[in-house]
Design a protein around this ligand. Sequence first.
Ligand SMILES: Nc1ncnc2c1ncn2[C@@H]1O[C@H](COP(=O)(O)OP(=O)(O)OP(=O)(O)O)[C@@H](O)[C@H]1O
Ligand SMILES: [Mg+2]
Length: 251
Amino acid sequence: MQKILEIKDLKKTFYIKKTPFTAVDGVSFDLIRGECLGLVGESGCGKSTMAKIITRLIEPDEGSILVDGTETLNLKGKDLKKLYQKVQMVFQTPQDSFDPRHTLGDGIMESMRNLGISRKMARERAYELLKLVELEPFFASRYPHEVSGGQCQRAAIARALATEPELIICDEATSALDVTVQAQIIELLKRLQKENGLSLLLICHDLALVQNFCTRVLVMYRGKIVEEGIPDDVIRNPQNEYTRVLVDSVF
Ligand SMILES: Nc1ncnc2c1ncn2[C@@H]1O[C@H](COP(=O)(O)OP(=O)(O)OP(=O)(O)O)[C@@H](O)[C@H]1O
Ligand SMILES: [Mg+2]
């Protein structure tokens, strides 16, 4: 089975007034191409830090990140940018994905323009992407503050899809939305995953969501992966003390 992502022994320590705090403490896992992998764990356990390290928004202290077999930590500039076309991230608050001074259409076009795609082609593709995420074309000319949270998250997914990524990391991408909109967005991601063979890393608090949507789940606790398995098995028969607490608190 082909691995789209291989994480080995990642470590990150933050210093708060010279006091060290290890937010990610030796994390290793693989993500198989086409799989939807869940990452769950209590608030502050290091999930977003992991996501930001994988997408290189934060540099790790130690470890290795292979995207499609290529070590990313040695890459810089153009080469890094090229590899990271394959990896996109969708954030918890969709408004964060867009510059408030630009329309959603411009936001979606921006990453394509950065790849050297002509304005005309990028515009056409932006309309296709809006359609794909079930937004009317007129949303292209709206500003982020002029749309609902769910609409903005759809546009953020369109933006993430613009570079034709192979892996999308969703960091609590639906947590800010109400339950029905949340289900719609998840259905959308599910469809895109099936139709485009997309790989997904779904970071969330919600074990029930992971159970419905993911083929495998990682449980993170205090910077470490403490359990890994098929969601049904993990929920029915948790092996780790902390996982048991997490399961009990949800079900
Ligand atoms: N830049 C930073 N400087 C110092 N500490 C940080 C920094 N970023 C994160 N931390 C700390 O690292 C820990 C992990 O944070 P992180 O955001 O990864 O948690 P999380 O699992 O995503 O939580 P949540 O579910 O609430 O989003 C937290 O204790 C946080 O306070
Ligand atoms: Mg987080």
